[in-house]
Design a protein around this ligand. Structure first.
Ligand code: GLN
Length: 286
């Protein structure tokens, strides 16, 4: 954090020098006026020499709210994003987003909403990025840009233990529960007819409706599926993959600077093992 602020200080100094020697009125100089940022010239010049490339990157990044990286998500998608008993956000996406924000010198702000709203938030410029186990699809690529992939997902099928559904082929004519706006919903309505697919607010509700007998199965990403099954005796996951997918971070269409900056951060987090350590914390190897 301290390093990030000193990078900002360096940028602020450059900007305020450029502004005809006037220091009092620009936004850049008010950044520099914070006590931490004003710490020392030594920090600034150290930053300037050793991290010239990332300094440029950081200095040029403009976000929805200056100094913040706003992430829209749906924190009902364990183990990628969920809330603890005390209401804190946690999960693979949450910790990865925090590590990215740290690298970019930005403060992470998490905005929790329904999944379809989280996708819209970046399209409407209300969030800088959507991170919610978001699958890259052609349709979504028309309305937002995606970073490099950081994980894979598989659309899986949850049924009751005594179900006669044994594979994807058996889904024809069944009532299928999904989460609104997800690839699970889109694939199932394409393959089995809209009238056979029910879209719930979130995956947990879909699973509760399966428990109640309102639907015959739930189609959802495999990682949350495993968590839901562990918490709901009497349900099982079919040993059959419906669709395999890649997860990436969505940013506003054309926001190449942010996309590139996130990609650089992601690359570093992959290379130094941070990303794997985060995944291992939440998903135990089988
Ligand atoms: N991976 C799925 C999608 O992008 C589901 C994501 C989610 O429910 N959070 O549609």
């Amino acid at each position: 954090m301290k390093k990030a602020l000193s990078l900002m200080t360096a940028a602020a100094l450059v900007l305020s020098l450029a502004a005809c020697g006037s220091t009092a009125s620009s936004a850049a100089s008010s950044e520099a006026a914070s006590p931490e940022a004003a710490s020392s010239d030594a920090a600034s010049s150290e930053a300037a020499s050793s991290e010239a490339a990332s300094e440029t990157e950081t200095a040029e990044l403009s976000t929805v709210e200056p100094g913040k990286l706003i992430m829209s998500t749906n924190a009902a998608f364990p183990p990628y994003e969920m809330t603890t008993d005390s209401g804190e956000f946690e999960g693979i996406d949450i910790e990865t987003a925090q590590a990215i924000a740290d690298k970019l010198g930005l403060e992470l702000q998490i905005d929790d909403m329904d999944f379809d709203a989280a996708l819209l938030a970046v399209q409407q410029g209300k969030a800088d990025m959507v991170m919610a186990g978001v699958t890259v699809t052609d349709e979504r690529q028309n309305v937002m840009d995606f970073t490099d992939s950081y994980a894979t997902g598989i659309q899986s099928i949850i049924v009751k233990e005594d179900s006669d559904i044994a594979s994807v082929d058996d889904l024809a004519g069944k009532k299928i529960g999904t989460q609104r706006g997800t690839t699970g919903y889109l694939y199932c309505s394409d393959d089995f007819g809209d009238e056979n697919v029910v879209a719930y607010d979130n995956g947990l509700t879909a699973v509760q409706m399966l428990n109640n007998g309102q639907v015959d199965c739930v189609v959802i990403d495999n990682a949350p599926a495993k968590e839901f099954i562990a918490a709901n005796p009497g349900l099982k996951l079919l040993d059959t993959a419906y669709v395999e997918e890649s997860y990436a971070i969505g940013v506003g269409k054309g926001n190449t600077e942010l996309k590139d900056a996130i990609n650089t951060a992601l690359e570093e987090l992959k290379a130094d093992g941070t990303l794997q350590a985060i995944v291992d914390k939440y998903i135990t190897a089988e």
